[in-house]
Design a binder for this molecule. Structure first.
Ligand code: PMP
Length: 399
């Protein structure tokens, strides 16, 4: 062993990723995340940010962050359970619970921290987690941290979910608890979980229901209240509604909403919450202001859907396939990974920023350009983007 370089694997692994073209090449956004922005020194139309409603640029949201720095400083000083629980954190949770029409809400540092911290506390040895095969990586990591048995059902396939739950009934010894978990909106395809059916099946089998609504909040349901509101489901039907402030709310941070029992349990048990410093005042105040904007300015969600309908119709009428998308996440199917990468580079040359999603994120023949709509995109931005898609699609012989 002596004489061997113990860290040579770092470079070797990185080089392996580079040579198989699987490494992430970071672009630099120079200035705010806005429909017209500067990426790597070039003016482009932004078609791949999660800032659905452009709230990161809303004057009220920005002002709230500035004001909070003045009144509360730059940092919180501690973890929430010790000395880092400011009045601003409690206010955000109160406002979020009201917005979600829930008994209580709990704010985590990120959505990832919510999934990774809470899932392994809800289910342990002797329990079962039943998960959609296309659930987000933060759910997968949360599941891996749990000692519960795992069942995976085919993507949005209610017949398969039913049979996994039926099989679970026969398990010896009987499972103590069962947790059914799904994304609300799936980020690669922009399709939606049949949440009403998932909840009904879980109910039939006495299972808990957990939805990750990262891409549904600010997008679906009345006023952007999310997929549970979209289906008019009750709190007894969906027990844990998880979300993020990093997408439609335009800031950063994760959260769960549900019963007071859920929140009391979650903050006392989630290690990601207990052991990690709380949000700085500017973040928390900006999140509260974003909720305020959602409650008082319904035009942003409306504009998002107007743009979504216009763009999806536009790319489809050019002859592209947008898969199963029914939300502002609109994949434009290309097929081969190499072609998807060439497509994205040509779009960038033409002033449109939209990234390719390739293997291993999706299967080898399902590479795509994933576009994400934004409420603040102007009609000219959408038309210019559609022209670029048409030009590149023809160049590459796709349409
Ligand atoms: N769940 C889903 C479905 C997501 O898309 C994301 C963000 N990529 C997360 C959870 C994590 O959220 P956050 O950015 O707040 O960590």
């Amino acid at each position: 062993m002596a004489g061997r370089d113990p860290v040579s694997f770092l470079r070797e692994e990185y080089q392996r990723l580079v040579s198989s073209d699987l490494d992430w090449k970071l672009r630099v956004l120079e200035g705010p995340s806005a429909p017209r922005c500067v990426v790597d020194g070039k003016n482009v139309i932004m078609l791949c940010s999660n800032n659905y409603l452009s709230l990161s640029n809303h004057p009220k949201v920005k002002q709230a962050a500035i004001d909070a720095v003045r009144t509360h400083g730059a940092g919180s000083g501690s973890v929430r359970p010790i000395a880092g629980n400011m009045d601003l954190h409690s206010e955000l949770e109160r406002r979020l619970a009201r917005f979600k029409d829930a008994e209580a809400s709990l704010v985590y540092q990120t959505g990832f921290a919510a999934n990774a911290g809470l899932i392994p506390q809800l289910v342990d040895q002797g329990d079962l987690i039943v998960s959609d095969e296309l659930n987000h990586g933060s759910i997968i990591d949360g599941v891996r941290l749990s000692r519960a048995d795992r069942g995976v059902y085919r993507h949005c396939d209610m017949g398969d979910l039913k049979s996994v739950l039926e099989k679970a009934e026969e398990h010896e010894p009987r499972y103590r608890r069962i947790l059914v978990i799904t994304d609300g909106v799936f980020s690669m395809d922009g399709d939606m979980a049949p949440m009403d059916k998932v909840a009904a099946l879980a109910h039939d089998h006495g299972a808990m229901v957990y939805v990750d609504d990262a891409h549904g909040e600010g997008v679906l349901g009345e006023g952007g209240r999310g997929i549970v509101a979209h289906h008019h489901l009750s709190r007894d039907a969906v027990h844990v509604e998880m979300g993020t402030f990093s997408k439609a709310f335009g800031v950063v941070g994760g959260h769960v909403s549900g019963s007071r029992d859920l929140v009391n349990f979650a903050y006392n048990k989630s290690r990601t919450w207990l052991l990690s410093g709380s949000h700085p005042p500017a973040v928390v105040a900006a999140c509260t202001a974003a909720i305020d904007v959602l409650e008082t300015e319904p035009q942003h969600v409306r504009n998002l859907w107007t743009n979504t309908d216009y763009f999806r119709k536009g790319v489809r009428s050019l002859g592209f396939d947008t898969g199963s998308s029914v939300t502002p996440i609109i994949p434009v199917m290309v097929g081969d990974s190499g072609a998807a990468k060439r497509f994205s580079s040509r779009l960038y040359e033409l002033g449109v920023f939209a990234l390719p999603i390739v293997f291993p994120m999706v299967s080898k023949d399902k590479a795509r350009i994933r576009t994400i709509m934004n409420a603040a995109l102007a009609r000219e931005d959408l038309d210019a983007s559609l022209s670029a898609f048409e030009k590149v699609g023809k160049e590459l012989g796709l349409i």
